[in-house]
Design a protein around this ligand. Structure first.
Ligand code: SF4
Length: 119
């Protein structure tokens, strides 16, 4: 991968989705993280926390069974200027409150509006 960055991109990490995902080992999630964090853009990387929390809260419909379909649905509904922040909100909520095995619903700020879809 590093060799390809040197040979094909003059030693600089490219800043487009297509170019980044052309690098070995770089998938859509990693490329979106680079766009959102390293390049200061707006993107919605979908990791396990974003995927789980989006479904539990009811932000995405059940038919969204892949990270890409969840990403597309979230991108449709969040203000595009808040996408990268929203990505972090969902990750942190999933990491510390809406955890995979023991969600802290009683103390959750979304308690009143969450669908609590645990399927
Ligand atoms: S109420 Fe429970 S299921 Fe819903 S977001 Fe909060 S912790 Fe997760």
């Amino acid at each position: 991968m590093a060799r390809m960055v040197c040979n094909k991109f003059d030693g600089l990490i490219p800043d487009t989705m297509d170019e980044m995902t052309s690098l070995p080992g770089v998938g859509r999630k990693t490329a979106n993280v680079m766009l959102a964090v390293a390049f200061g853009g707006q993107a919605m990387p979908v990791d396990t926390h974003v995927f789980r929390v989006s479904h539990r809260i009811g932000l995405v419909p059940k038919r969204c069974t892949t990270p890409l379909s969840v990403e597309k649905e979230l991108v449709k509904h969040f203000d595009k200027n808040l996408l990268s922040d929203a990505h972090h909100w969902l990750i942190l909520h999933g990491r510390y409150v809406c955890t995979a095995r023991s969600p802290k619903c009683a103390n959750c700020c979304l308690n009143d509006i969450c669908l609590r879809d645990f399927d």
